[in-house]
Structures are given as structure tokens and as C-alpha cells.
Design a protein. Structure first.
Length: 286
């Protein structure tokens, strides 16, 4: 029998370099976690409750920490710990995971950039310094948490967010007068305008209009006005098309284009004017 441990990371806010933040949060959670104590006698396994025996920590031999590097202008500029805006304009990203013993655990490169050996070595040296600093901070935080727990003081979430400093999800209580609520409601209803008439079936005034919602009529415009506007637009475009064909110097091309008059296609729902342009443009125009 073995322990199965699952680690879930929920991102509440993202301001860039989420890989480094997630790796630190994950390794700290594993170091801070305590499992129940167990005793094995033959084939009998006994799992003790926290009241019977103190939980024991996990066996974590080293803490791999990720450090991200952003590259700009094809590797000319190097940036550690990029923000969200810097990640939008970077050319590539290099992530190196290392422990405090300078052992590289993983290297990941993404983006359209090619890195040379000297750049990777330079990033690994910077990673070693950053990992040593972060590991020291993690160990101090874990030691402080363990010390405060033994003394019986505030620790964890209760220590980081005191009641006097919380601003989110906090509102001062306000007195609400609930006397004579029914009388006030009846008075408001009597003074209000009567509700609009609701039509059970859609009303179709003309083929070009329709009704939507409850008692709300859609205004698509008058059908007669749209027909007149379409006819005027068709006449103007047809006149311009005929003038263009009459100005051609080639007589044979002029005869072919003058025969192709604009064709008006009608539909049962809407009137629309469609002008078919000639497939071959005139050879010479003025």
C-alpha cells in the first residue's frame, strides 16, 4: 500500500511568469503538507488520526525551482521573470528548473528563437543564483510556520490576512426598514402605468415587417419606401453604366455592352437591385 498525493493549482490572478509562481507554490505546498502516521505489523496496516499521533512530513530530498527567461530581438536582450505585457512582445521563452545543488532538473524552450550554447550557460548561472535565494526564503517561511504552530499563535492564512486589513467581501451592516412594505408596494403599483398589451400571435402588417418579443414590434421600414429607393438606386446605377459603355472607342465592344442591361431580381421577402457587370472590361476607356 502506498500514499497517492494529488496537487492542484488554481490561478486566481495572472500577471505573467505563471510557471515560476506555480512551481514555487507547488513545492512549498508539498513541503508544508503532513500525512497521517502509519504502523505496519505483518499484513495489518494501521492509519492513526492526528489526535493519536502527529502527522509526518513527506520525504522531499530537494526542491526544484523554475526560473524563466524572456528573449527580445532574436536573443539580443535577456529578461528574467517577465511580466504579462512583456510576454506579449517577447520572441522566445526559456525555462530552467534547478535545485540548490546546481542540478538541472528540466529545460524547456518555446517560441521562434534559436539559442546558442553561451546563452544557455549564461541563463543556467543566473538560475543557480535565483534558486539559492528562493530556496532560502522558502525554508525560512517553513521554519517560521512550524515555530508559530508550536507556540499556538496565528499562522497561515489567518496570519497573512488580518481582519482589520481585509477589504474584499466585506460590507458594513445597514439597517433596513421593513415596516409597511405591503402598503408601499400597493401604492407603487397603483401609480405605475398599466402594462403594455401582449399579443399572442405575431402581427404581420406587410410582407417586409414582423413582430419580436412580447408586445414589441420590429420596425424594418415601410415596404413601399424601400421599393422606391431601390428603383431610384437602380436607375442611377443603370444610367452610369450606360454612360460608361457609350464612351468606349471600340464600336464592337460598345455594341456588346449596350445589350447587357441591368437585371433587377425580385424576392418575396425584400426588393433588391442587382447589377451584373460585364465579365470582360472594355479595352479602352476615356
Amino acid at each position: 500500500q502506498v500514499w497517492q498525493i494529488r496537487l492542484d493549482l488554481h490561478l486566481l490572478n495572472h500577471d505573467g511568469n505563471i510557471i515560476d509562481a506555480a512551481s514555487i507554490a507547488g513545492i512549498v505546498a508539498l513541503c508544508h503538507f503532513r500525512r497521517p502516521d502509519v504502523s505496519v505489523q505483518g499484513e495489518e496496516v494501521t492509519v492513526y488520526t492526528p489526535e493519536e499521533r502527529d502527522p509526518v512530513p513527506l520525504s522531499i530530498h530537494h526542491m526544484p525551482i523554475c526560473v524563466s527567461f524572456a528573449f527580445f530581438q532574436q536573443g539580443t536582450y535577456l529578461l528574467v521573470d517577465p511580466s504579462e505585457r512583456e510576454e506579449r512582445v517577447m520572441d522566445g521563452l526559456l525555462v530552467i528548473a534547478m535545485n540548490k545543488h546546481r542540478e538541472i532538473c528540466t529545460i524547456q524552450s518555446s517560441g521562434g528563437i534559436m539559442l546558442v550554447k553561451d546563452q544557455v550557460l549564461r541563463c543556467s548561472k543566473i538560475t543557480a543564483v535565483k534558486v539559492a535565494e528562493i530556496t532560502e526564503l522558502i525554508q525560512k517561511a517553513l521554519e517560521n510556520d512550524q515555530k508559530v504552530r508550536k507556540e499556538g499563535g496565528k499562522f497561515g492564512f489567518a496570519e497573512s490576512i488580518p481582519n482589520q486589513k481585509i477589504t474584499a467581501f466585506k460590507m458594513e451592516s445597514a439597517a433596513v426598514d421593513t415596516n409597511n412594505v405591503e402598503e408601499q408596494a400597493e401604492e407603487i403599483i397603483t401609480k405605475a402605468d398599466p402594462p403594455s398589451e401582449v399579443f399572442a400571435k405575431p402581427i404581420l402588417h406587410t410582407p417586409g415587417t414582423a413582430q419580436i418579443g412580447e408586445g414589441i414590434e420590429n420596425s424594418w421600414g415601410d415596404l413601399e419606401e424601400s421599393e422606391e429607393a431601390a428603383e431610384e438606386e437602380g436607375e442611377s446605377e443603370a444610367t452610369a453604366f450606360e454612360c460608361q459603355t457609350m464612351e468606349t472607342e471600340d464600336t464592337s465592344t460598345m455594341r456588346e455592352t449596350t445589350k447587357d442591361e441591368p437585371i433587377v431580381l425580385s424576392d418575396s421577402e425584400e426588393e433588391e437591385v442587382v447589377i451584373l457587370e460585364p465579365q470582360e472590361l472594355p479595352k479602352k476607356t476615356r
